[in-house]
Design a protein around this ligand. Structure first.
Ligand SMILES: [Zn+2]
Ligand SMILES: [Zn+2]
Ligand SMILES: [Zn+2]
Length: 445
């Protein structure tokens, strides 16, 4: 009889041809002339979907079985065999889970030990670098647990330290530079909070309501504020007078900002069918019959038309400052460096390109990264000739002048019931509905 010496149950992975040679199904074994009694006490294995038994062991058992004399002896032998093999299987199972447990314990102990070593290494490197004058830098660097220096299986020795010290010193230089930049960033953020925000708020509150004005980021990037925020020595706070001088220039900056945007919009009006070949001044923008439409988006509902003020603040004209494409070069640089595309998977088409004059100005962008920035009048915005015609006939119906302004319409708020075929599908029964004036011009089908 084959004795399994080891306390482990024997499990062997065999190649297919060996497997079929060494394991046979009950049917095969019976066909080979073996007695069922010599087969059934044995552990069975699934080979190709059929319960199979180890051929050599079956042969040994069959020989033993044959030697038993008398039914009773045969029965005793059979029961003994069954017990024996059952015990073997149970023992094997217990061994396997004990081994697994042992292994898990070992892994946990090892992990604990490695963690201790890592902590110890970080502590020693920190001490040594601090002795060399890199206290803040070492703290910042080692917090990230740099794999190369921390994840070792042995504590840090003096020999190893001699080898890695020059590398770490070079890394500390880099950390020092990063810390310096971070500090500057903190200064700039504090300046924005303490000086720019109140100045900007004061400016907005001083203006008439509904006037188009630059946002805080655009003001921060105006020449005066860039200079004040990023070039005054960081060792001291800004002076009242330098802030006041930058603050007093916001209205002028806002005016030229407005003029530039209005100029872009007037260009659109001049290109329209309605005004082609005519002299167009800013007054036209304030007329109720001057309507624009963004053909790119459905903001405000399908076919929404907008007056000029809404068109200028329309969201398609803005991009969020998050992760912009940056170009840094002094103002008088002859050649611009190639734009730096941040490495973060967002489409370059959806990023604003920002020209900076100094590295420090990046901190303005990070501080105000949730503010949108104007990227030019969206090319999908058009002067709406059809809405213009409708507005004129609406004014005509009301018996009002065709020079009626948006402000007057807003004040008088006429409600409009539309009968013109442009508002009704001729196949459907007429529905009587009234609209606000702008809506009435927007919903032409
Ligand atoms: Zn084989
Ligand atoms: Zn749009
Ligand atoms: Zn119509």
């Amino acid at each position: 009889m084959i004795k399994i010496k080891s306390c482990f149950e024997l499990r062997v992975s065999l190649c297919d041809s060996c497997k079929y040679k060494q394991f046979k199904s009950v049917d095969d074994l019976l066909n080979m002339g073996y007695d069922e009694k010599a087969i059934t006490p044995l552990p069975k294995y699934c080979v190709q979907g059929e319960w199979s038994y180890h051929l050599d062991t079956v042969a040994t058992l069959a020989a033993e079985y044959k030697q038993q004399r008398g039914e009773k002896a045969k029965q005793v032998w059979w029961e003994e065999q069954e017990r024996f093999w059952n015990d073997r299987m149970e023992h094997g199972l217990a061994c396997r889970s004990a081994r697994k447990l042992e292994h898990e314990k070992y892994e946990a102990r090892r992990y604990e030990m490695l963690e201790k070593i890592r902590e110890e290494r970080v502590k020693r490197m920190n001490e040594k670098l601090t002795e060399l004058g890199w206290e803040k830098e070492a703290e910042r660097y080692l917090k990230t647990e740099p794999y190369k220096y921390v994840y070792k299986e042995k504590p840090l020795t003096d020999d190893e330290w001699a080898v890695i010290m020059p590398e770490l010193t070079a890394l500390m230089e880099i950390e020092r530079e990063k810390l310096r930049k971070e500090e500057i960033g903190e200064h700039i953020k504090r300046r924005i909070d303490k000086w720019l925000k109140p100045a900007f708020t004061a400016f907005i509150l001083s203006r008439p309501p509904n006037e188009i004005n630059p946002n805080i980021l655009e003001v921060a990037l105006s020449d005066q504020w860039r200079t004040v925020l990023c070039t005054e020595p960081f060792s001291e706070d800004l002076t009242e007078s330098s802030v006041q001088s930058a603050g007093s220039q916001i209205p002028e900056f806002a005016q030229s900002w407005r003029k530039d945007r209005i100029g872009q919009l007037l260009e659109l009006v001049r290109k329209s069918k309605t005004y082609s070949g005519q002299e167009v001044t800013e007054d036209v923008l304030h007329l109720a019959c001057t309507m624009f439409r963004c053909t790119n988006c459905k903001c405000g509902g399908p076919g929404e038309v907008n007056t000029y003020a809404h068109t200028l603040v329309h969201s398609c004209n803005f991009l969020w400052m998050y992760s912009p494409i940056v170009q840094v070069a002094p103002r008088d640089a002859k050649h611009l460096p190639p734009p730096e595309l941040p490495d973060d998977g967002y489409s370059a088409r959806k990023r604003p390109i920002i020209r900076l004059y100094r590295e420090e100005e990046r901190h303005i962008l990070t501080t105000l990264e949730h503010v949108g920035i104007w990227v030019g009048l969206d090319p999908h915005i058009v002067f709406d000739d059809v809405a213009h015609e409708h507005m004129l006939s609406l004014l005509d119906t009301l018996g009002w002048s065709c020079d009626t302004t948006v402000a007057e319409m807003e004040e008088r708020q006429p409600y409009v019931e539309c009968f013109c075929e442009c508002y009704h599908d001729p196949k459907k029964p007429l529905s009587r509905k009234i609209y606000r004036w702008k809506k009435a011009v927007s919903i032409i089908i």
